[in-house]
Design a protein around this ligand. Structure first.
Ligand SMILES: Cc1cc2nc3c(=O)[nH]c(=O)nc-3n(C[C@H](O)[C@H](O)[C@H](O)COP(=O)(O)OP(=O)(O)OC[C@H]3O[C@@H](n4cnc5c(N)ncnc54)[C@H](O)[C@@H]3O)c2cc1C
Length: 391
């Protein structure tokens, strides 16, 4: 499938024009959407339609599926731009441009026509549904299914599910009742309106305002066996396998974009604000913070792009580099947004200061596609397993 991510011909001129167009969108219409989202505390359906109509939901998907087939490393240049916008806009673009990858590697022709292609084309919404309130994320999961003929009956709970109330299908991970660990896990496309499913919209979150998140419970919800991706036992491969490597890299680049926005806001403010007869931009303490932030951002961007190139080249180091890039970029984002807010002084702590939103949105990135603790676990495992096998 990765071959589909790498078209032989790539039109640099058209790409440069699209990049300019997206930069203008982020600076203009997206800011208007952002103000509306913050005011109404809700992502309007019209925003999804706007993004779909502009082709922003199908940038990374193969041409065969109706996508723009932009190679992964180049797509990251675009996600950096979208990430300078409201976090809910970035979330839609990132999720829709990535979820097809999780499904496609395991989909049959029929499933590709029913789920993958309609999702790329924006005809259906799919919510990635893994996290549970009563279990660790991954092999610990407790949602379970019992099979009866050509139907699974699903029971259990999920929470924190982005787009979980507005989606058409949950791409949900469960296990065959009675199994443990990764064995017996299944990936299912569960109809949002299936009987026995209770959907509750979660309370407002600190950042990524306006995006819906769902708390779900299932009581013997019927799911057709034909809606299972991959074989029984492959559930966690769909959720955490090859898909997670590019997705973590994309989240890492989202951190770069959001940090860049915070950094630009800090520079603008430092140029404007005068204290004790001088602009902040003339004070060495402030200049040092700006220099540190620029260096931090550039270093993270380079590591993210290195991880992306290694993934494109099928390097065995790509999974470790992907976790390294997410860890590094999100730590960088924390440092940069903290200093950017500091440069704004107290007024930056208040709405409608743009930095106030950036600071809140940045905190969410520490959870997306795995916490820092999980990234360190992945990196340490790769290093220590390699050194053991070399000993
Ligand atoms: C804005 C937002 C959107 C989200 N969207 C989705 C979504 O669409 N779909 C979805 O499935 N999930 C989603 N999540 C959930 C997210 O993926 C999880 O919050 C994240 O993976 C952490 O899992 P947890 O919340 O269960 O934390 P826990 O597993 O309860 O962990 C709590 C703390 O303990 C640490 N910890 C846990 N286990 C270990 C361990 N073995 N070793 C060391 N430290 C450990 C964690 O790193 C964390 O710091 C979203 C979360 C947020 C904040």
């Amino acid at each position: 499938m990765k071959q589909l991510d790498r078209p032989v011909l790539f039109d640099e001129t058209a790409f440069a024009a699209r990049k300019d167009e997206i930069a203008a969108y982020v600076a203009g219409p997206a800011e208007e959407w952002a103000r509306r989202i913050e005011r109404e505390r809700h992502v309007p359906a019209a925003l999804w339609e706007d993004l779909r109509a502009r082709g922003y939901l199908s940038l990374a998907a193969p041409a065969e599926y109706g996508g723009a087939a932009i190679p992964f490393t180049r797509y990251l240049e675009l996600i950096e731009l979208f990430s300078m916008s409201h976090a809910s806009i970035r979330m839609i673009v990132h999720v829709v441009n990535g979820t097809w990858r999780a499904m496609d590697r395991f989909a049959t022709g029929e499933q590709r026509r029913a789920f993958v292609i309609p999702s790329v084309q924006g005809a259906i919404k799919i919510a990635f549904t893994l996290t549970e309130p009563t279990a660790g994320t991954g092999a610990d999961l407790r949602c379970s299914v019992e099979r009866d003929g050509d139907t699974y009956f699903l029971s259990g709970e999920k929470h924190l599910i982005t787009f979980g109330t507005i989606c058409d299908y949950w791409l949900l991970f469960a296990r065959l009742a009675g199994t443990r660990g990764a064995d017996g896990t299944v990936a299912l496309l569960v109809d949002r309106h299936a009987p026995g499913a209770t959907v509750v919209e979660m309370e407002e979150s600190m950042g990524v305002r306006g995006t819906d998140h769902a708390r779900l419970s299932f009581e013997r919800t019927p799911v057709p066996v034909k809606n299972r991706l991959g074989h029984e036992g492959a559930g966690l491969d769909v959720a955490l396998g090859g898909f997670l490597v590019p997705s973590r890299i994309s989240v890492a680049m989202s951190c770069v974009g959001l940090a860049r926005r915070g950094h630009e806001l800090a520079i603008e403010y430092a140029r404007r604000r005068e204290t004790f007869g001088k602009r902040l931009a003339q004070r060495q303490a402030i200049r040092f913070m700006i220099a540190e932030n620029a260096t931090d951002i550039e270093a993270a961007r380079r590591l993210v792009l290195h991880a992306a190139r290694q993934w494109e080249a099928d390097s065995p180091e790509a999974p470790m580099l992907s976790s390294m890039s997410k860890l590094q970029a999100v730590e960088m984002l924390t440092r940069v947004t903290d200093k950017a807010l500091q440069i704004h002084g107290g007024i930056g702590f208040w709405q409608p200061s743009a930095i106030e939103r950036v600071y809140r949105d940045a905190r969410a990135q520490r959870f997306e596609e795995g916490t820092n603790e999980i990234q360190k676990t992945v990196i340490a495992r790769a290093l220590l397993e390699n050194s053991e096998s070399n000993a």
